[in-house]
Design a binder for this molecule. Structure first.
Ligand code: ADP
Ligand code: MG
Length: 376
């Protein structure tokens, strides 16, 4: 699936109206503050029901407005729309004319990944972003994950509530409740962990292919470690029983499938301490491509890849490698840049225009053609 047509109304500084995208490759060029990230944000919002740069959904509405709309028509002629009324705090989801209230229906229809100039700092900065990254892929690739993860989180919540109440009352009944939830929690943690381990190992094989294009010099020296959320050497139930006091003082579950992580090493050292910022960005792009191509292969939903400000941190060789990688990727890609000159490596010597080019100025997006004076 790809986004054929995007329609926005009262979204950030965007002028509104509709934009027709190329099914494969799209470039969006414009000065700082013109609305490039806002355009990607609108598309991202449709896949996630939230923004990649703020947790305040209401700030997406254009200043002085009380509601906004984003909708797309996809390549299968489906219509996917989201509107938000900020005066009553209500988001309305509409897919082919049917109304939905749960944001999770969006992710079933559209798999959107984004790489921004900040992404690699977040990704290598802590486990939260890495968990989010892996679980987005899990959701799209492993059919059983969504229900399993929902059940796991429900049990985790119950177990945490139990831990907190024991701390206060030391009630014997709560202890048996805790044993009950702990047993379920351990079982589900193991199930989730087994599923994630297979997913991570699939992604690692895929990653090798993309590293060969994007960072060939380091490929052989990279190793990936999957940490399941508790010691590999002990049963989770034993880890939990030997940490009962610690969990009671924290008031929540310190070990389990929710605490997993994936560590990337170069010559056995944390990769972010070994690579330049540009290389870290390329590494994250390789990983994102690995995940996108894997999602595309499973064919439940086709991924859409957004790359914001491609010029940031990447030199011409890196951008050439990236152009090479994008040619091999079977999904729609939308790239923004401040200057069209940084996009030069993406245009072949005999440009047969397998892409669309847009220009944004003061929130107005217009398509550019090769003979337009502002094209180059
Ligand atoms: N809710 C909003 N309503 C109107 N304008 C906004 C809103 N939020 C941000 N802006 C403005 O939109 C402009 C475009 O921002 P952005 O998309 O980040 O630009 P770019 O990525 O092209 O540098 C900025 O000038 C910003 O101040
Ligand atoms: Mg921007």
């Amino acid at each position: 699936m790809s986004v054929d047509k995007l329609f926005t109304q009262n979204f950030r500084n965007l002028d509104g109206g509709s934009i027709n995208f190329h099914p494969k490759l799209n470039f969006v060029v414009g000065d700082n503050g013109s609305g490039k990230s806002s355009l990607l944000e609108a598309i991202f919002f449709l896949g996630h029901g939230k923004s990649f740069r703020t947790s305040k959904v209401d700030s997406l509405a254009s200043h002085e407005t009380q509601s906004f709309v984003v909708s797309v028509k996809d390549s299968n002629d489906r219509q996917l729309g989201l509107s938000r009324d900020i005066s009553i705090g209500l988001t309305n989801i509409k897919i082919d004319g049917e109304h939905y209230s749960k944001l999770s229906v969006l992710a079933k229809n559209i798999a959107i990944q984004i790489v921004t100039p900040e992404s690699f700092k977040l990704f290598f900065g802590g486990p939260k972003e890495r968990r989010r990254f892996v679980d987005l892929g899990m959701f799209h690739v492993k059919h059983e994950f969504s229900t399993l993860w929902k059940t796991f989180n429900r049990v985790l919540k119950q177990r945490n509530a139990c831990i907190r109440s024991i701390d206060k009352t030391s009630d014997i009944n709560n202890n048996s409740m805790l044993s009950y939830w702990t047993e379920q929690f351990c079982q589900l943690s193991i199930e989730v962990s087994v599923l994630r381990a297979t997913y991570v190992s699939d992604i690692i094989s895929e990653l090798n292919y993309w590293l060969a294009i994007l960072l060939p010099d380091i490929r052989e020296r990279v190793t990936v470690q999957y940490l399941q959320g508790w010691s590999q050497k002990m049963a989770l139930v034993d880890v939990l029983s030997s940490n009962q006091d610690r969990e009671a003082s924290f008031g929540y579950s310190l070990y389990g499938a929710h605490k997993f992580d994936v560590k990337f090493l170069l010559d056995k050292k944390a990769i972010e301490t070994q690579l330049s910022r540009g290389q870290q960005k390329l590494f994250l792009l390789a990983l994102t491509f690995a995940q996108a191509s894997f999602i595309a292969r499973v064919k439940l939903v086709k991924p859409i890849l957004l790359i914001d400000d491609i010029g940031a941190e990447l030199d011409i060789n890196s951008r050439s490698a990236l152009s090479n990688a994008i040619n091999k990727l079977d999904c729609q890609v939308i790239i923004t840049a401040i200057e069209s000159s940084v996009l030069q490596p993406f245009f072949g010597p005999c440009d047969d225009r397998k892409y669309s080019m847009f220009h944004v100025k003061h929130g107005r997006v217009s398509e550019r053609y090769p003979d337009d004076s502002e094209f180059n």
